[in-house]
Ligand binder design. Structure first.
Ligand code: HDE
Length: 703
């Protein structure tokens, strides 16, 4: 038979799984009790996996030890190249469910029927850090979604920020070189706080809008569950009549947006470098499945012509207040991977993976990406047959004449491996399907061949200003502080000043604040290539704080406990948190547990020096007099309290906790409360739904 066939492929995969389980016609003895025998890759049973073959107990190891040779050989080849960017990532399975039929806008099969579920795989990532870097790096997060639709795989390979640094893909290698570790010294990794990065940014005014976004709290999300995702580019939806509608894709977290504060991120990287992946893993494993809604911003040519900015420019957004986001379905992540390498590491996303009903625009960044991703897959996965890997293979039938190559997992039978052929309907293989097959939108394109950009691309500051002015005061302060932090790590004064000279075009107060923080004179503004539009309306959708949650759902309360802790208070807190859909974690002097006031020993999740308060959204101290005395001598317990206070978290404490609070330098404010009786627990947890007591922050952060 000609061409590929998913049935053949499925059976190849099943056979493969059988082989792995060793159930394919086993002849040797099993290890007993149904435990499979250890074998070599060739299926030869292994008698001794503890000792290599030697000539005498103290003699040389023998070359003929084929088991040892094969084992070491395979181990030596376990690594594949990590991704050039987005190396550190974490994936999960789930599904997308459409709310309504969008047949009038797109013929994409996934959007035809309300309630239809489509399998999905999502990989979140950081961009700059290497595979082993920490989760809380200040960085953009990748938000890549593979939708296994009935008409092929559709990938939305997006980020958690809706704009990008550059406008033209030809600058991508420069951008990535500048942000990653510097080539002479090999550091710093997973950081933008170094000379090369800010040198490049300061010489590329088009990146200033994105610079504002990355200095905001968007780059230190509380976890993947609390961040938005964006397709970034303008795409097209095409309906059955061939009509095109422009579209921008959004993912909106059901739990609302949330970020941590910078000092918390710095500490989290030490306390738990896997904080984000652990969070997603824990949520899915406990059945608290994270969800996002897919939002579409739909607009036509008329809007595109009237809009102040070019819809092909990936350094610009279309404010939601201008074109509303229509929520058309939900994405649910409900299954962790079986094997990290097979799925998260080997998944291969590609912006050019689109399906009938979706199409590209001429965004020069998108066009460059469409060219790039196949190269990276080949380099990383080592074979053009990477689509044969289960995570990458379509889940719909597929048939084609592509064949052979390294590690071809399915190899069709029959004679026909080309078309047209005259082998007849039964053995001639697949044929084109003009009526339903993918056809590119018939956009009219012509022009003089030149290396240019469109005129409106030259507006570099207007939307950066709009973004900044749309933030709450607390978020504006965080942006200023982030610039000061990053530029204070830059060693070359001229680079620092050049960055500030761009900020003058964004907002004077911001520029002056950063200059003050750096201890430099305010430099004159960089001459803008195009006049800055100063009066763009504020866009509340751009603020995290304005789009936070309304409850403690999905969040975690850390409770510091000691022997003698009031058992009724503990259960009241637990009850209140679980009632809101949150979680609690007990932190105690020993992980083995503590004896509460009811005489029962309860195990703790963390020992106090391994469970700092940065791991939690809010904290409670349920201590006995003796426990508080003891913990007030313990530096990590004092840090637990002092950090929670400094990070503007809500704090509740029994009256007995006072010695510890005093030693930690905490004076109660409206974000703290005494837990006098179990009845106080509800009120406290309700307040925790606001996540942070921001009014405290200016009082505890003065430089
Ligand atoms: Fe990517 N990008 N990118 N990118 N990108 C990759 O592909 C590239 C860009 C994004 O979890 C690579 O498989 C070019 C924008 C995500 O596996 C590579 C350009 C956006 C992921 C690549 C861009 C992204 C990647 C590296 C400039 C947001 C991770 C490994 C035109 C909309 C996907 C890989 C995953 C990965 C190239 C710009 C998002 C090298 C040339 C803009 C989320 O092919």
């Amino acid at each position: 038979m000609a061409g590929s066939n998913s049935d053949t492929f499925q059976s190849a995969r099943m056979a493969d799984a059988e082989i792995r389980r060793g159930t394919g016609g086993e002849t040797h003895q099993t290890a007993g009790h149904g435990v499979p025998s250890l074998t070599t890759q060739q299926g030869v049973p292994v008698a001794d996996d503890q000792n290599s073959l030697k000539s005498g107990p103290r003699g040389p190891t023998l070359l003929e030890d084929f088991h040892f040779r094969e084992k070491i050989f395979h181990f030596d080849h376990e690594r594949i190249p990590e991704r050039v960017v987005h190396a550190r990532g974490f994936g999960a399975h789930g599904f997308f469910e459409s709310y309504e039929s969008l047949a009038h806008i797109t013929k994409a099969d996934i959007f035809q029927r309300a309630g239809e579920q489509t399998p999905a795989f999502v990989r979140f990532s950081t961009v700059a850090g290497n595979k082993g870097s920490s989760d809380l790096a200040r960085d953009v997060r990748g938000f890549a979604v593979k939708l296994y639709t009935k008409q092929g795989n559709w990938d939305i390979v997006g980020n958690n920020i809706p704009v990008f640094f550059i406008q033209d893909a030809i600058k991508f290698p420069d951008l990535v070189h500048a942000v990653k570790q510097e080539p002479d010294r090999g550091f710093p990794q997973a950081q933008t706080a170094h000379d090369n990065f800010w040198d490049f940014i300061s010489l590329m005014p088009e990146s200033i809008n994105m610079a504002l976004w990355i200095m905001s709290d968007r780059t230190i999300p509380r976890s993947f569950r609390f961040m938005e995702g964006f397709g970034v580019h303008t795409f097209r939806l095409i309906n059955a009549e061939g009509k095109s509608t422009f579209v921008k894709f959004h993912w909106k977290p059901k739990l609302g947006m949330q970020s941590v504060v910078w000092n918390e991120a710095v500490k989290l990287n030490g306390a738990d470098p896997d904080y984000h992946r652990r969070d997603l893993w824990d949520a899915i494993q406990s059945g608290d499945f994270p969800e996002w809604e897919l939002g579409l911003q739909l607009f036509d040519d008329k809007f595109a012509d009237e809009f102040e900015f070019d819809i092909l420019d990936a350094t610009k957004i279309i404010p939601e207040e201008r074109v509303p986001v229509r929520r058309v379905g939900r994405l649910v992540l409900n299954r962790t991977v079986d094997n990290f390498f097979a799925e998260t590491e080997q998944v291969a996303f590609h912006t050019a993976n689109i399906v009938p009903g979706i199409d590209f625009t001429n965004d020069p960044l998108l066009q460059g990406r469409n060219f790039s991703y196949l190269d990276t897959q080949l380099k990383r996965l080592g074979s053009p047959n990477f689509t044969h890997l289960p995570v990458n293979a379509p889940k719909c039938p597929f048939h084609h004449f592509q064949q052979d190559g390294h590690m071809a997992l399915y190899n069709p039978k029959g004679r026909a491996n080309y078309e047209p052929n005259s082998w007849g309907n039964n053995s001639g293989g697949p044929r084109e399907v003009p009526d339903v097959g993918f056809r590119s939108f018939a956009a009219e394109d012509s022009g003089v061949k030149r290396r240019v950009r469109a005129e409106l691309f030259a507006d570099h500051y207007s939307q950066a200003r709009q973004f900044y002015l749309s933030q709450t005061e607390i978020e504006q302060t965080h942006i200023k502080n982030a610039f000061v932090f990053e530029l204070s790590k830059v060693e070359t004064p001229a680079i620092r000043a050049r960055v500030v000279s761009h900020l003058v075009n964004v907002d004077n107060v911001l520029a002056q604040g950063v200059a003050n923080g750096l201890g430099i004179e305010l430099p004159p503004a960089t001459e803008p290539a195009r006049k800055v539009i100063n009066d763009l309306p504020s866009s509340p959708a751009l603020s995290i704080v304005k789009n936070g949650p309304s409850s403690f759902k999905g969040r975690k309360l850390g409770i510091l406990v000691s022997d003698g802790a009031d058992a009724s208070l503990l259960s009241a807190l637990e009850h209140a948190v679980i009632g809101q859909g949150g979680m609690i974690e007990l932190v105690a002097p020993t992980v083995g547990g503590f004896k509460a006031s009811d005489g029962q020993v309860r195990p703790a999740k963390q020992k106090v020096n391994g469970g700092p308060s940065v791991l939690y959204d809010a904290v409670a101290l349920v201590l006995s007099d003796r426990g508080a005395q003891l913990l007030s001598q313990e530096a990590t317990a004092r840090d637990f309290v002092a950090d929670a206070f400094a990070h503007a978290k809500f704090i509740a404490a029994t009256a007995a906790a006072k010695p510890l609070l005093d030693k930690a330098g905490v004076t109660f404010d409206a974000g703290c409360r005494v837990l006098q009786s179990p009845a106080d627990a509800q009120g406290f947890v309700k307040q925790c739904g606001e996540l942070r007591y921001w009014a405290r922050e200016p009082k505890v952060q003065v430089v």
